[in-house]
Design a protein around this ligand. Structure first.
Ligand SMILES: NC(=O)c1ccc[n+]([C@@H]2O[C@H](COP(=O)([O-])OP(=O)(O)OC[C@H]3O[C@@H](n4cnc5c(N)ncnc54)[C@H](O)[C@@H]3O)[C@@H](O)[C@H]2O)c1
Length: 323
């Protein structure tokens, strides 16, 4: 197998490239460099500059490298931006996927792993979200991920492509400091950002119906997530018949915002008390995914805990901010 990893110079993609290449898989990365840090890629992994919106470029890469499977991570991922500019999100996330699927079909590529998100569920009122929990995304970003899943399955059925959709929960941490997330869109870097500015971390709402009143989430270490991709890619490679699989990728354990901030205080040594502000519209009280189907289907379970996520993310944050 030769795997094309789209968006492979991004935060998660570089971890996936490193994990797959490290396990002996042939990989090539395509990235438009719009949100990439190319230095994240391990030595020996080719990086092709190109967009998933460019069908000719995709066909060229598939032919040149003899691509036999695709791990598709390239996407825009900011919820607020998707609310402000939904057409861009549909064009790039759904349109880019359609162009990729056409190129794969033309090149006879029969295996696809798609980066989906827990955002497809919206705000379900359940203790544990399973893959059968109804999907009702509450923003255009989540909608593009759900539409992407539909498209992946429909194209899979039409063209005999085996597919896996991985619905990631809240991704954090780094396998090495230089691979860390450089964006400030998720809670862990947002708290680091506040502390670095000498400001108290913020909690948006402490009157939710949860044990300590703050929102509860399911955090997953990016290194565990990368290992899930390797396991899914290997399962796709072994499969003799086309089929589709949709899996939650999380730890199945809830951690509240207040608990997370306490761990961040312990790791960074900056234990200042958080300030409580008003709830943000659209935040669900609790979003924790069942990890059982992934364990059953892939023989994979997350191994790293929240403290390890925070510790490794903090090392990466300090490296980037020294620079
Ligand atoms: N980070 C999270 O918490 C999270 C959670 C759920 C799902 N996801 C999904 O995981 C994937 C990767 O996320 P990330 O956090 O690594 O984001 P990221 O922005 O760090 O990486 C995305 C990469 O894709 C590239 N890219 C974007 N549009 C492209 C295009 N049209 N053609 C080619 N390359 C393109 C960017 O340059 C970047 O390198 C995305 O699909 C995202 O929606 C992320």
């Amino acid at each position: 197998m030769t795997w094309l990893i789209t968006g492979g110079a991004g935060y998660i993609g570089a971890h996936v490239a490193r994990s797959m290449a490290g396990a002996g898989e042939e990989v090539v990365v395509l990235d438009d460099l719009s949100a990439a840090v190319p230095e994240r890629l391990p030595a020996g992994v080719p990086l092709v500059e190109g967009s998933t919106l460019d069908g000719a470029r995709l066909r060229e890469v598939c032919a040149q490298y003899g691509v036999t499977g695709v791990v598709h991570l390239a996407a825009r991922k900011q919820v607020a931006e998707s609310v402000a500019d939904p057409t861009r999100y549909y064009r790039e996330n759904v349109g880019g996927l359609a162009t990729l699927l056409d190129a794969m079909t033309g090149a006879g590529v029969k295996r696809l792993l798609f980066s989906s998100s827990a955002a497809v569920y919206g705000n379900p009122d359940v203790d544990l979200i399973t893959e059968d929990t109804p999907c009702a995304p509450v923003n255009p970003y989540g909608e593009t991920k759900l539409a992407g899943e539909w498209l992946v399955r429909a194209a899979g059925r039409a063209h005999g492509i085996s597919t896996v959709c991985l619905r990631y929960f809240n991704v954090a941490g780094a396998a090495a400091p230089e691979l860390a997330d450089t964006g400030v869109f998720n809670i862990v870097p947002m708290v680091f950002d506040r502390l670095t500015r000498d400001e108290a971390p913020r909690i948006f709402g402490d009157d939710y119906p949860t044990p300590d009143g703050t929102c509860v989430r399911d955090y997953i270490h990016v290194a565990d997530l990368a290992e899930a991709h390797l396991a899914a890619a290997r399962r796709l490679a072994e499969g003799t018949r086309p089929g589709d699989l949709t899996l939650n990728i999380g730890r199945g354990e809830g951690v509240s915002v207040r608990e997370l901030i306490t761990v961040i205080g312990e790791v960074t040594g900056d234990r200042r008390a958080p300030v409580v502000e008003a709830r943000r519209p659209g935040d669900a009280p609790r979003a924790v995914g069942s990890a059982e189907r992934a364990a059953r289907e892939l023989g994979w379970r997350a191994r790293r805990d929240v403290r390890e996520m925070v510790r490794s993310a903090w090392e990466g944050w300090r490296l980037h901010h020294r620079r």
